[in-house]
Design a protein. Structure first.
Length: 362
């Protein structure tokens, strides 16, 4: 007697979720075949995705049954990069046994072992729902999935045919924070800061050629230079955040803790990009200083023997000067480009919808 064949449809947002979907397909087929006897499993990855609803959510569950019928799938899974919430807590996934559907919020998984965690969730859902449909099967699904993460304090709540696996506690909010940073992919802002980078490079180059900077850099100890570097990185970070309206105000947050989580993510994203700009500028100015500034000339200006160690100090101080000038250059960079580079596609779409609603209300 031949084994029964079933198909799982895997859909995902572009970016990190799409990469996870492509990576997990093969291992998911093998794991399901091993876990569920007398059934052969196939996983089909679709490139189709959803637009957000006016409320800023994924309209997946309303369309899951139609999609399964359209593609002749037995189960359907959607991976989204949008952070979601339920009952004032971060939401890991939404489960419907009637629709045989699973909606996973990838940021809630954190930043590590995303493929393995996604595979475990899908296998747990399908293994439990293979027992049947209805509320009893739904409760089994919730317990099975929650067991995978019970050490983290996760809970399952549900009504009718839908269950929600939420992540209570600050440790899980920290995990959500790391997942949001991973989804947003730090450093993407750098190409959007072309004018800022150009201004920083121009002023930094001037610093390399200016003998007073040589003397000042030589007089500063490494700890003070490091402090100056951190201060200018912080200054440009907060300038970019507030100039481009990237800060989430308390009244705009759904829950009290959400604004803090969003703003922490923004600081990490923008700060990482500014720090990368600073390090690239430092490397450029260091190489330029080695080529342009002769050791003998440097020693004459400093009035003591110069060494290789003088060049990193010179380049660092010049990079600090250039980074401050980058704030002026950022005034000419596109606000929309900076926003798109700071957030993931879904988060940027959600924020844009929120801004549009505020504009309509004024």
């Amino acid at each position: 007697m031949g084994s029964e064949a079933k198909v799982v449809g895997l859909m995902a947002d572009s970016g990190v979720p799409q990469k996870i979907a492509q990576s997990v397909a093969g291992s998911l087929e093998r794991e399901l075949t091993d876990q569920i006897e007398d059934t052969e499993w196939n996983v089909e990855v679709s490139k189709e995705s959803f637009s957000l609803t006016p409320e800023g959510d994924i309209p997946f569950m309303h369309k899951a049954e139609d999609l399964r019928s359209q593609y002749e799938w037995d189960y359907i899974v959607y991976l989204t990069e949008l952070p979601r919430h339920h009952d004032m807590e971060p939401l890991l996934c939404e489960v419907s046994t009637v629709n045989r559907a699973l909606l996973v919020s990838v940021p809630a998984l954190g930043a590590h072992r995303l493929v393995a965690q996604t595979r475990n969730l899908v296998v747990a859902l399908i293994s439990a729902t293979q027992k049947g449909t209805g509320q009893n099967s739904l409760e089994d699904s919730v317990r099975t999935i929650a067991k995978l993460r019970s050490a983290r304090g996760d809970t399952g709540t549900g009504r009718d045919d839908t269950a929600y696996i939420v992540l209570p506690g600050w440790s899980n909010r920290l995990r959500l924070l790391t997942g949001m940073v991973r989804s947003n992919r730090p450093g993407r802002m750098l190409p959007a800061l072309t004018t800022s980078v150009a201004a920083a490079a121009a002023v930094g180059t001037f610093g390399v050629f200016y003998s007073s900077i040589w003397t000042l850099a030589d007089s500063l100890n490494p700890a003070r230079l490091l402090l100056i570097g951190l201060l200018v990185i912080a200054a440009l970070t907060f300038w970019l955040i507030f100039r481009n309206h990237l800060w989430t105000k308390r009244r705009d947050a759904v829950y009290a803790w959400q604004g803090g989580l969003d703003n922490t993510t923004t600081i990490i994203m923008v700060g990482t990009s500014v720090a990368l700009m600073f390090l690239v500028l430092f490397a450029f100015l260091f190489a330029l200083g080695l080529v342009v500034v002769d050791t003998g000339l440097l020693a004459t200006e400093l009035m003591h023997p110069a060494s290789f160690g003088n060049y990193p100090k010179l380049a660092w101080l010049a990079a600090c000067l250039g980074t401050l000038a980058g704030a002026l250059g950022s005034n000419f960079d596109s606000d929309d480009e900076i926003r798109r580079a700071t957030y993931s596609k879904r988060e940027n779409e959600r924020r844009q919808q929120h801004d549009d609603r505020n504009d309509e209300g004024t």
